[in-house]
Design a protein around this ligand. Structure first.
Ligand code: SF4
Ligand code: SF4
Length: 447
């Protein structure tokens, strides 16, 4: 150990040695600094003339450590390969401001790199190295603690979760006039165990009632779990694989305990990616049940006639924002569009879209890092211009994190637009047929 290197700086280098996977080394050595990815980044576009936002520049802050300490060419000729090191806590703090404050891990640069460099993977690793030594934005520390200790990333207490479900359950039963619409909790042997984003309990309980209404209309056998209900995972954002594994395991264990056949996740991009793609690796768990996004569940119900919808009931104009995690990282591209096309009359595509769509600018946990809010909102001009060009009154997104990111930039740039989700539009488009012989009440389901 170098005598003048701080304890934390040494810990970061030691941890890096443990975290270098073949995939990361590939991205660390493959960059030829061609600059193809530069304009892909919304931070670059919003900050012309500032090279510190370029993905390759940001990647080089981590790459130099690899070159100096782990790559044989760097050990022999560090000046040749631009190797470098960290020795002080101040340098670690400067690295923190880059990896947390200048990148949302959206992977738009990754899909635009001809050499296959996945900068977002490197950036996540660098975040994890800093989190390992306690250097992170305060919001990241708070949210991670809540997810470790309380079991969900918004610190929702068990009694608040249960009370919210019961409240939504009572309202739904009253609305549809059927006690059978009550939301089941911990029902064993259900076809579907439905997990959510804690934001739904705290700020948007109506989305839980909307989902329940759809399950009721579909006559689905389903349940919500009393524990392990948070399918979001801050480990994806913080780079903490241990947190990622613990959170994913909680969700999987509860599905197994209830003997659920399928785990369905509500609309949340990072939750879907974490639970479906990354969670089994982080938790080293075999999955012996099906995993599905609620977007696909709802689309199946509409397409096979399990539920009936009338797009006329959603009579405004709608565009669709692809969540980076859903679209770029999980390939959920066509299903949300197909569903949207079935439940609204006026759908206007945003450009660019699908895997080339721009981040909502609240991704990668950015909404929890208030110290970087000004630069986040400045970079959001790219998304604001994209939204404005559609002329739509609503932007629909299948991600709770994007709902917050989009709502914030819509307010900041004073756009005449609102944010909504597919679950709300499907619920408001539902056509509930009365049993034969029952008089028409004329009541319309609320959206
Ligand atoms: S990351 Fe890829 S696209 Fe960007 S500069 Fe390096 S090689 Fe070029
Ligand atoms: S991952 Fe997204 S925000 Fe980060 S550098 Fe690449 S394009 Fe920019």
């Amino acid at each position: 150990m170098s005598t003048n290197r701080s304890y934390k700086a040494q810990q970061v280098l030691d941890r890096m040695a443990q975290k270098l996977t073949r995939q990361m080394v590939g991205s660390l050595v493959a960059c030829v600094h061609c600059g193809n990815c530069t304009e892909a980044c919304h931070y670059v576009q919003a900050n012309p003339g500032d090279p510190t936002y370029a993905p390759a520049y940001k990647a080089d802050r981590t790459r130099r450590l690899f070159k100096k300490h782990f790559d044989w060419t760097g050990r022999v000729l560090p000046w040749w390969v631009k190797g470098g090191t960290v020795t002080t806590d101040k340098e670690l703090t400067e690295l923190k401001d880059i990896v947390f404050g200048k990148c949302t891990n959206c992977r738009r640069c990754s899909v635009n790199c001809p050499m296959g460099v996945d900068f977002a993977v490197l950036n996540r690793m660098a975040r994890g190295l800093l989190v390992h030594v306690g250097i992170m934005p305060e919001g990241v520390a708070v949210v991670s603690k809540d997810q470790w200790e309380i079991g969900n990333q918004m610190g929702v207490l068990p009694e608040d979760y249960r009370e919210t479900i019961e409240w939504m359950s009572e309202e739904l039963c009253e609305e549809v006039g059927d006690e059978g619409a009550a939301i089941p909790i911990d029902k064993p042997d259900a076809n579907i165990v439905y997990t959510i984003n804690p934001r739904e309990v705290k700020y948007d309980p109506r989305s839980i009632a909307d989902a329940a209404k759809i399950f009721w209309a579909a006559k689905e056998s389903w349940t919500m779990p009393s524990e392990g209900w948070d399918m979001t995972n801050f480990g994806l954002f913080s780079g903490d694989d241990d947190l990622g594994g613990a959170v994913a395991r909680r969700v999987y264990d509860k599905v197994r305990e209830l003997r659920g056949k399928k785990l369905v996740m509500s609309e949340c991009g990072h939750g879907y990616r974490s639970t479906t793609c990354e969670g089994p690796n982080w938790s080293q768990t075999d999955i012996d049940f099906e995993l599905e996004s609620s977007v696909i569940t709802m689309l199946r119900y509409v397409k096979n006639g399990t539920i009936k919808v009338d797009p006329v009931k959603n009579d405004s104009s709608y565009t669709f924002h692809d969540s980076c995690n859903n679209a770029r990282s999980c390939g959920l591209l066509e299903e949300p569009r197909e569903l949207l096309g079935l439940v609204v009359g006026d759908f206007r595509e945003m450009h660019p879209n699908r895997a080339e769509n721009y981040c909502c600018t609240g991704g990668g946990g950015a909404m929890s890092m208030s110290e970087y809010t000004p630069q986040r909102l400045k970079s959001a001009i790219v998304k604001a211009n994209q939204l404005k060009a559609t002329g739509a009154k609503y932007v629909v997104t299948s991600c709770h994190n994007c709902v917050d990111g989009l709502a914030d930039l819509i307010k900041h740039y004073q756009l005449d637009m609102q944010v909504t989700q597919l679950v709300s539009l499907v619920a408001s488009a539902l056509v509930i047929e009365k049993p034969a012989g029952e008089a028409e009440s004329g009541e319309e389901p609320e959206g």
